[in-house]
Design a protein around this ligand. Structure first.
Ligand code: AMP
Length: 293
């Protein structure tokens, strides 16, 4: 079943407030569309835990830098509506940029510290755009619980911090990364990869697995792990441009001088023109158990 679609903030808010007034629990899944199995896993998780699932599809211009892929970012609304509905979404909010941002919009949400490193260092203003649009979506679609993917680990930390600091009345759930059978994390940007690039893209998950393996052998020194990950990338994707490779504390995102069980290895690598990111905790968490599973 295809989900209902609304294009305006007023319709979206009315719809959600009406469902809330009926006593239903609302789950929200914010996306930029081009839905893949990673997005659909968030919708299914929301459907398992909430009465009603709302998905937003909005390619948010304020989180793209001037030389980034805003224009070329994949857009396929019709297919997304089908896929979202089949996964359990009841409503899709798909606004145009003009509906979301007044021409003279001047207010931004900036989460300091957490956003100046890792992806934030290479993409200035990116997390300001993300935090602002997510704050707006939380107001427009006042859900009980919002679902995000662990794939964008820094984003999930930034959003949890924003929710805490600004007292948003919403629970944030961060769900596991969905991967291709060979381990590559699903991403809308994987569509940009040519066949040889696609093969090389496996270096990201292989590097993370190497960090896990070394940690399992008792290696704790951050630089040992970072260097080993770099070697995997150089070996499997010669010429790839490494933006960062790090092992961090999962709350502060500070480099973990001495890696611990909850430390997170993460990296950003350009394969050809395509920027890919991935992360893994150094110790595999237990599989999440969904209600009814
Ligand atoms: P995006 O459309 O890229 O903005 O992603 C929307 C949401 O889907 C974000 O919370 C992402 O972290 C999440 N997501 C993207 N890729 C995956 C994946 N492979 N597995 C799980 N969640 C994902």
């Amino acid at each position: 079943m295809s989900a209902d679609t609304v294009r305006t903030r007023a319709e979206a808010r009315d719809w959600v407030l009406s469902r809330r007034a009926e006593g239903l629990r609302i789950g929200l899944v914010p996306t930029m569309g081009a839905l893949h199995a990673g997005h659909l896993s968030l919708i299914r998780a929301a459907a398992a835990e909430c009465d009603v699932v709302v998905v937003s599809i909005f390619v948010n211009p304020t989180q793209f830098g001037p030389s980034e892929d805003l224009e070329r970012y994949p857009r396929r609304l019709e297919a997304d509506l089908q896929a979202a509905g089949a996964a359990g979404a009841r409503l899709v909010f798909a606004p145009e940029p003009e509906e979301m941002y007044a021409a003279d919009a001047a207010t931004w949400v900036t989460v300091e510290g957490l956003t100046d490193r890792l992806c934030g260092a290479a993409r200035p203003g990116h997390f300001r755009g993300v935090a602002t649009v997510v704050a707006k979506l939380f107001h427009i679609l006042p859900a009980h619980t919002a679902y995000f993917g662990r794939k964008d680990f820094q984003q999930s930390v930034v959003i949890r911090r924003m929710v805490r600091d600004l007292d948003f009345d919403i629970q944030v759930r961060v769900m596991p990364t969905v991967r291709e059978p060979d381990g590559l994390a699903l991403s809308s940007r994987n569509a940009y990869l040519g066949p040889e690039e696609r093969r090389r893209a496996r270096c990201l998950v292989h590097a993370l697995e190497e960090a896990r393996r070394l940690f399992g052998e008792g290696r704790r020194d951050r630089m040992t792990l970072v260097r080993a990950m770099g070697e995997v990338v150089r070996r499997e994707a010669p010429g790839a441009n490494v933006e960062y490779i790090e092992v961090v504390d999962p709350e502060t995102l500070e480099p973990a001088a001495c890696a611990e069980e909850d430390s997170v290895a993460l990296l950003a690598v350009r394969i050809g023109a395509t920027r890919l990111i991935d992360n893994l905790p150094l110790v595999a968490p237990p599989d999440p158990v969904l209600p009814g599973a």
